[in-house]
Design a binder for this molecule. Structure first.
Ligand code: NAP
Length: 277
């Protein structure tokens, strides 16, 4: 049986470190405020927003909540972001995605001041990350790197295969692995012979958004498997993009779902908030 990479425990440790840092900053008269905007009442988004606000409360970050109606126009949302950009008390701005279809997410992301872009989605943040400059890192991929490091898994020189090339997970994941000196391959829906490629991986990152897609014939014996996927199954339980039970005996280490990458995403958001002061 593979070693379980415990994202819950590692994120708890990270949050405790951040809590201490926030207390130190507070002692120096520096308070941190995160503005959290949700448009509409998508139940999954509401859960994510609640978890983020709870993490803020635990760490000592003030969160300002903006719960806007589904019909909010793009102009109204932009006007709020402009106000928050100008508000010196606000250090970070988070707009929960996805947004309703009538709002252009790219326009909204670009409207957030890069120095308050704690999600790390602004083109300036993505560009800085790509060329190794200072800036906010996209939370989920940064959380994966933190998980690997804190689990004692070496990245340098390893063959890493990322399944998925989205702007929020796959692409930044590849850039961050490259920064850690891995040899990186990015795969996607048009990749030919996917299994042949994924079987080369010392570290396989699954972020394709297909429940239990990665089976034992996709992985090399002894590989490390990181499962970014989150899906609610018909029985109400969560599962990832990896078929955990099918793969676990073949690999050396694996993240569970839930309790793997998910909690790390929020912890890295908190890290970005602390960095924003
Ligand atoms: P996405 O935007 O739907 O992107 C999926 C990517 O996977 C695309 O690049 C797509 O390729 C590729 N893909 C789809 N089917 C494939 C296949 N059969 N073979 C190879 N590649 C395939 O998804 P996302 O936003 O990156 O999210 C991925 C998963 O991570 C989802 O389950 C999501 O819920 C989860 N997630 C978790 C967290 C967390 O905090 N744990 C955060 C974000 C996302 P093309 O580009 O060719 O279409």
């Amino acid at each position: 049986m593979a070693k379980l990479i415990d994202g819950k425990a590692i994120s708890a440790q990270l949050k405790d470190e951040l809590k201490e840092k926030v207390a130190q900053l507070s002692g120096m008269g520096k308070e941190i405020t995160l503005a959290v905007i949700q448009v509409g009442a998508d139940p999954a988004s509401s859960v994510y927003v609640r978890n983020k606000k709870n993490a803020c409360a635990y760490i000592g970050i003030e969160s300002l909540s903006y719960e806007l109606a589904e019909e909010t126009s793009q102009e109204e949302l932009l006007a709020l972001i402009v106000r928050l950009n100008q508000n010196e008390k606000v250090n970070g701005i988070l707009v929960q995605l996805p947004l309703p279809g009538h709002i252009d997410e790219d326009v909204i992301i670009k409207a957030i001041a890069p120095e308050k872009d704690v999600d790390g989605f602004h083109p300036q943040s993505v560009g800085a990350m790509s060329i190794g400059q200072k800036g906010f890192l996209s939370c989920t991929p940064a959380g994966v790197i933190e998980l690997l490091k804190r689990s004692g898994i070496e990245i340098e020189g390893k063959e890493c295969v990322v399944v998925g090339r989205s702007n929020i997970v796959g692409k930044p994941m590849a850039m961050l692995l490259l920064r850690e000196n891995a040899t990186v391959t990015v795969t996607h829906s048009r990749t030919k012979n996917l299994k042949e490629v994924t079987k080369r991986a010392d570290i396989l990152i699954a972020a394709l958004g297909k429940p239990k897609f990665i089976k034992e014939d996709f992985v090399k014996e002894g590989a490390v498997v990181i499962d970014v996927g989150i899906h609610r199954q018909e029985n109400g339980k969560l599962c990832g993009d990896v078929d955990f039970d099918n793969v676990a005996d073949k690999v050396s280490a694996i993240t569970p779902v839930p309790g793997g990458v998910g909690p790390m995403t929020i912890a890295m958001l908190m890290k970005n908030c602390v960095q924003s002061v």
